[in-house]
Write a protein that binds this ligand. Structure first.
Ligand SMILES: Nc1ncnc2c1ncn2[C@@H]1O[C@H](COP(=O)(O)OP(=O)(O)OP(=O)(O)O)[C@@H](O)[C@H]1O
Ligand SMILES: [Mg+2]
Length: 244
């Protein structure tokens, strides 16, 4: 199997509490994997560990065979350019305008890109996600749903090949979530790797090749696309955040 991200015996503790317990999984290139499970079971933590945003207490996370914790600056920058994250709380900088927030990853990863090209790219992405308001606003002036659209646009800006998406359709109306789902579907057809957290069974059923069920910080069960389609109780279980 061609694993893009591999987590090996990963443990994570915070404030003397074990949050993730011996989690191992190979995220295969070109596949879409949904992390599901009850609230507080550790889904966001696993996503952040897989994305190298949190460092395991023990165990390892590899990107294309290279340990994320041991990457040098150049390797790390290359990984950051190829991977992008939408955080559960959107995580937009409170003291920056939307334009500054969107400009930063382009300045970092495409230092030779001029201002006009940056602006064109920002406007093109915003049109794709359906954000139509001004860009001189600060995040606090947006609704939660609008913040999600900006966070999603920021994630797509540098053309990532791995997407980490945490509750990315929450707080969105049907047409916006449909729009983002279509963008993710395009990435999927492009053979990109997508790892997402969500409770919305419609989204999972349409996009996921696998569901990884997380309970109490552990991998509880793994379901394939065929099992997802056949199991009549799965929708209820996923949406209620119950273990199967
Ligand atoms: N830095 C931290 N310090 C202490 N506890 C933490 C920390 N980060 C996470 N936790 C705890 O770890 C558990 C898992 O958190 P996590 O955010 O990963 O859950 P989740 O499955 O994403 O939940 P939700 O569905 O509500 O988003 C929670 O009980 C949370 O309180
Ligand atoms: Mg979460």
């Amino acid at each position: 199997m061609d694993a893009v991200i591999e987590m090996k015996n990963v443990y994570f503790q915070a404030q003397a509490q074990e949050i993730i317990h011996d989690f191992s999984f190979q995220f295969e290139k070109g596949k879409t994997i949904a992390l599901a499970g009850p609230s507080g079971s550790g889904k966001s933590t696993i996503l952040k560990l897989a994305a190298g945003i949190l460092v395991p207490t023990s165990g390892d996370v590899f990107f294309q065979g290279c340990n994320i914790s041991n990457m040098n600056r150049k390797q790390n920058l290359s990984f950051r350019k190829q991977a992008a994250m939408v955080f559960q709380d959107s995580a937009l900088w409170a003291n920056q305008s939307l334009h500054q927030i969107l400009e930063l990853p382009l300045k970092l990863h495409f230092p030779k890109m001029d201002m006009q090209e940056r602006d064109e790219r920002i406007h093109a992405i915003l049109a794709q996600v359906g954000y139509k308001k001004r860009l001189d606003l600060r995040p606090a002036q947006l609704s939660m749903g609008e913040q999600k659209l900006i966070a999603f646009a920021r994630a797509m800006l540098c053309g990532p090949v791995i997407l980490f998406l945490d509750e990315w359709t929450e707080s969105l109306d049907d047409s916006s979530s449909e729009c983002l789902m279509n963008l993710v579907r395009e990435r999927r057809l492009n053979n990109d790797t997508i790892i997402f957290v969500g409770h919305n069974f419609k989204v999972i059923k349409r996009l996921a090749d696998y569901i990884v069920m997380i309970v109490n910080g552990r991998l509880n069960r793994l379901f394939t696309r065929e099992q997802i389609a056949q199991d009549k109780n799965m929708a209820q279980h996923i949406e209620k955040g119950m273990a199967l």
